[in-house]
Design a protein around this ligand. Structure first.
Ligand code: ADP
Ligand code: MG
Length: 734
């Protein structure tokens, strides 16, 4: 069955050649019980390894069933080992973290058996080696003798024609040793058993042939009992099923707690480092975008679209209803002028500057206080780290503030025009410290008048000339009338100006309006108070007083320009098109932006890509090194798998699955964590802010990168394991 002709084995080590054994001639038949003895270093193990196909030979020829093997490839030897050989080692070579049952099962799973069809066979064999009591015990808890019996069970279950045992009793006390030999003898009936031992007495009774080696040579080959060549029944095998690869991968993920945890932490580290790096780049990019500015608009939100009606008419409720039908429209700010011009609220000597919003556009929850219930109650949206919130909350909440009259864009007089009470606060997560005031629709309407006034030009047409006089509303003046300073008559060389027409024109970007008035009266320093009801006459102002309601009608207009805010910025261009289809002129506010940061943006983008790639590469190597150290403790396991018949692909796949499960669990934990932070269940402001810059797409992408990385690691690791012959890889580890 097995024949060696002048076979020699040499070791090449750093230019030095040592001989494992030289010119060995041997022939073995099925049914023999061969005992090999000899001093340490005489070449016994080397011979067994060559016979088992674990190691190569350099000279001569080894025949298996009459076939030459000198041309055999690694793959051929693998095949040979799976069909013919079962090994038993001095150091047992078991998987310590598996139970007895799992160890015996492993060899069958690796050779393509189904889990359910092997159960009976495994239990029978465990019974034969007397370990039924321990079948669910982890091997690490067994004594040496018990371990070797597991190894024998594993060798038996594979049912190969040849069993090779290298000093199987070397680590055992004499009682366990004789038990082991006993069992081996039972197994040996229809097989070829080759056993190396120092203890001839223990095996003498059973041996059919005793071989003695010295200094790499056979010095004695003593056939004690002639054996008739029996028919060989080589064991059949398949490759491991995919399902069983998953089973083993899953088992390996959890069977050693510390290894699981270490890998888990490494994956957690890689994925959080990558996500944080990516998010902070997104954030810095967003900050650069924010540095863009526009002369006309302050709110340069990416999701803002400015709309006007093409015929320069004002918006109606009907218009707004139509706009709300567009799915991507989040909300409409009807008086969008408030987005771009500030409002000052003052209390005592204390002023808050911010921007008005209609309360119906308020989203989310109140963080401090409550929702408004009355028209003059408002909500403040402000950053949590704003000094007002940190240090002066008492000065804000439930306090009455007055709106100051504006005297230009972002310029305020001391005149108070409306009282508002701050009843609720919502924290903002914007990058800037702008404050938003959420006010009721009616407050907004009132304030819109003065806002329109700020943006309008008013001219007075009198005596065929346009003049810029101050015009003020007055309770005492009747509709259609105006009263002017008596000195007007000198300006225009009129002695009678009462009864003369006077027109007032108001114009701004959006509309024109005019009043046709008649001068009904004049005032002087002496009758000023009587005519106007006001106190301080100012001789330099030439103020024209007109009816208060008429005055207000010049500015109390519906909106001519509104802003639409979209839900999904990626689809903003489609929304612009849809708005245009409604007969509106629509423009993204970002189109008005003058951005000096654009070159920086491109540079940042390039840096982002480069740094991300470098980071992934660096992380990959760091994690590969760490994971390799963690997995180093697993080298023996994988080499054992290999000796039991696992191919490169199998080892890679089992490791793949383990790393896949571990990295997925780790990534899942990270996602859960960032969800808890995002929903404020865990309070970590910076991380919450960072997580705002990650979308589902990025989370998925990072997961794919992580999985690919773990696959690359298992591939590299498996390749390294298979670079050497099985026995050398094993020797390096032990
Ligand atoms: P035994 O099992 O009889 O104690 P071995 O087969 O282990 O002996 O060793 C036989 C000879 O081969 C020894 O001289 C040993 O030094 C040498 N040898 C074994 N393995 C290697 C190796 N991997 N590299 C170099 N020399 C080796
Ligand atoms: Mg040895």
């Amino acid at each position: 069955m097995l024949k060696l002709e002048n076979v020699s084995k040499f070791y090449y080590n750093k230019g030095v050649i040592t001989s494992g054994f030289t010119k060995v001639n041997l022939e073995f038949k099925i049914g023999e019980f061969v005992v090999i003895t000899g001093e340490s270093g005489s070449g016994k193990s080397t011979l067994l390894n060559v016979i088992s196909g674990l190691d190569s030979y350099e000279e001569g020829e080894m025949y298996i069933n009459g076939k030459e093997t000198s041309h055999y490839t690694e793959k051929d030897f693998e095949d040979y080992r799976r069909k013919y050989i079962a090994n038993i080692f001095q150091s047992f070579n078991l998987v310590n973290s598996y139970t007895v049952y799992q160890n015996v099962e492993l060899v069958l799973l690796l050779n393509g058996y189904k889990k359910h069809e092997v159960k009976k066979k495994i239990l029978e064999i465990i019974e034969q080696v007397g370990l039924t009591k321990f079948k669910n015990t982890k091997v690490s808890k067994l004594s040496g003798g018990q371990k070797q019996r597991v190894a024998i069970a594993r060798a038996m279950v594979k049912d190969t024609p040849i069993i090779v045992a290298d000093e199987p009793t070397g680590n055992l006390d004499s009682k366990s040793a004789s038990e082991v030999i006993e069992i081996l003898k039972k197994v040996a009936k229809d097989k070829l058993v080759i056993i190396v031992t120092h203890n001839i007495e223990q095996v003498e009774r059973y041996a059919t042939r005793i071989i003695k080696m010295n200094d790499g040579r056979i010095i004695e080959n003593n056939e004690i009992k002639k054996i008739e060549e029996k028919e060989i029944k080589r064991s059949h095998y398949n490759n491991i099923s995919i399902f069983n690869k998953y089973r083993l991968g899953f088992r390996n993920t959890f069977n050693i707690a510390t290894k699981f945890l270490l890998l888990f932490i490494v994956f957690l580290f890689i994925s959080s480092a990558m996500l944080a790096e990516y998010a902070s780049f997104q954030m810095s990019e967003a900050e650069i975008v924010d540095t863009g500015y526009s002369i006309a608009f302050r709110d340069l939100s990416e999701n803002r679209i400015l709309i006007n009606k093409n015929n320069r008419k004002f918006f109606t409720t009907d218009d707004y209803n139509k706009i709300k039908q567009i799915p991507n429209v989040d909300y409409i700010v009807e008086d969008d002028i408030f987005l771009d011009s500030g409002t000052a609220l003052s209390r005592n000597d204390y002023s808050l500057y911010g921007y008005l919003q209609e309360i119906s556009n308020f989203k989310g929850n109140i963080d401090v206080g409550r929702m408004p219930e009355k028209e003059n109650e408002i909500i403040l949206q402000i950053r949590k780290d704003h000094y007002l919130i940190k240090e002066q909350l008492n000065e804000v909440l439930n306090k009455t503030y007055s709106v100051l009259k504006t005297v230009g864009i972002n310029a305020y007089s001391n005149e108070k025009i409306k009282d508002l009470i701050i009843v609720g606060i919502q924290y903002s997560y914007e990058n800037n410290y702008d404050i938003k005031f959420y006010v009721s629709k009616s407050v907004l309407n009132d304030l819109r008048n003065q806002m329109n006034k700020n943006y309008s030009k008013m001219k007075v047409f009198f005596n065929n000339k346009y003049q810029q006089y101050a015009v003020e509303p007055n309770d005492k003046v009747k509709k259609g009338e105006a009263i002017v300073d008596d000195d007007f008559k000198y300006e225009y060389n009129y002695y009678r100006i009462i009864g003369k027409p006077l027109n007032i024109y108001v114009s701004n970007t959006y509309y024109n309006d005019e009043l046709d008035l008649t001068i009904s009266n004049t005032y002087t320093k002496y009758n000023f108070e009587r005519r106007t009801g006001l106190e301080n006459y100012d001789s330099n102002r030439y103020t024209i007083y007109i009816n208060k309601d008429e005055y207000n009608s010049l500015y109390n207009k519906p909106s001519y320009q509104s802003s639409v805010f979209v839900k999904n910025v990626d689809e903003i261009d489609d929304t612009v098109n849809e708005l245009e289809k409604l007969g509106l002129s629509a423009k993204k506010v970002t189109d008005f932006k003058i951005n000096e940061g654009q070159t920086y943006q491109i540079i940042i983008k390039i840096i982002k890509v480069v740094v991300t790639i470098i980071l992934i590469a660096v992380l990959f190597f760091i994690s590969y090194l760490i994971i390799r150290i963690i997995l180093k403790s697993r080298n023996i396991y994988y080499t054992t798998l290999r000796m039991l018949g696992a191919t490169y692909k199998t080892v890679r796949r089992i490791l793949d699955i383990e790393l896949f499960i571990n990295s997925t669990l780790s990534y899942g934990t990270l996602l859960l964590f960032s969800y808890l932070v995002k929903t404020n269940i865990i309070h970590l402001e910076y991380i919450a802010k960072l997580s705002n810059f990650l979308s589902l797409r990025e989370y998925v992408l990072m997961y794919i990168i992580l999985v690919l990385m773990s696959r690359l690691i298992s591939r590299k690791f498996a390749r390294k394991l298979f670079k050497n012959t099985a026995i050398n890889t094993y020797k390096e580890e032990v």
